[in-house]
Ligand binder design. Sequence first.
Ligand code: ADP
Ligand code: MG
Length: 245
Amino acid sequence: MMAAAIANTSVSIQDLSLNFGVMSVLKTLNLDVAEGEFIVLLGPSGCGKSTLLNCIAGLLDISEGRIFIKGKNVTWEEPKDRGIGMVFQSYALYPQMTVEKNLSFGLRVAGVPKDEIAKRIARAAEILQIEPLLQRKPSALSGGQRQRVAIGRALVRDVDVFLFDEPLSNLDAKLRSELRVEIKLLHRRLQNTMIYVTHDQIEAMTLADRIAVMKGGVIQQLDAPQTIYNRPVNRFVAGFLGSPA
Ligand code: ADP
Ligand code: MG
């Protein structure tokens, strides 16, 4: 039987469990993300953030539960058919290709017409301010520029949902705060759904509409940043992010 999808829900995770062998990494987890919402998954290393993101992306098979994207059950869909774009901590660019080829590669494979590819690349390059870099190879780019290109690859695919896994962790403090602002502006401009993994409290507080604080494969609290800060539901959340009790 199909569960009724919740109206205006972009990503719906229902009773999701994931085990690696005997280890239970995600424990009957539920999360509904609204259309256009910026959700941050925040928690210490090893709490299951990347695992959850990879389940949404279809890069891991889940043990139990269901995942809906835009009302469609995608639990057993291929990653490419889920309408998601993913940006990783390591940039995962093709080193032998120019920036332009990096941006167009997936689209050419998918059979998108040439003029449409050119249009999408021009738009992404303008939004991310990487026009002057299009003919360079990744080795000639700074870390921040590479990460812009990585975001560009998700952008040109015209996806409904962006998934970010600690995209700023490899950058120095100055670039990190610059790119953080840009990701926020990007969200304002595109108004698409973003699910963003980090262990950095400042990133979470500044980017999120709502933060899901995770520990041990369980969402401890899901609320707006101010609510979590002012009214943490337990000591763990208070210690990790909230005001001192
Ligand atoms: P986070 O991203 O929050 O740091 P992860 O989702 O990467 O955490 O990992 C959650 C838990 O699952 C950790 O205990 C980790 O060691 C374990 N884990 C992650 N990937 C695998 C895997 N492929 N095989 C076995 N255990 C894994
Ligand atoms: Mg991780």
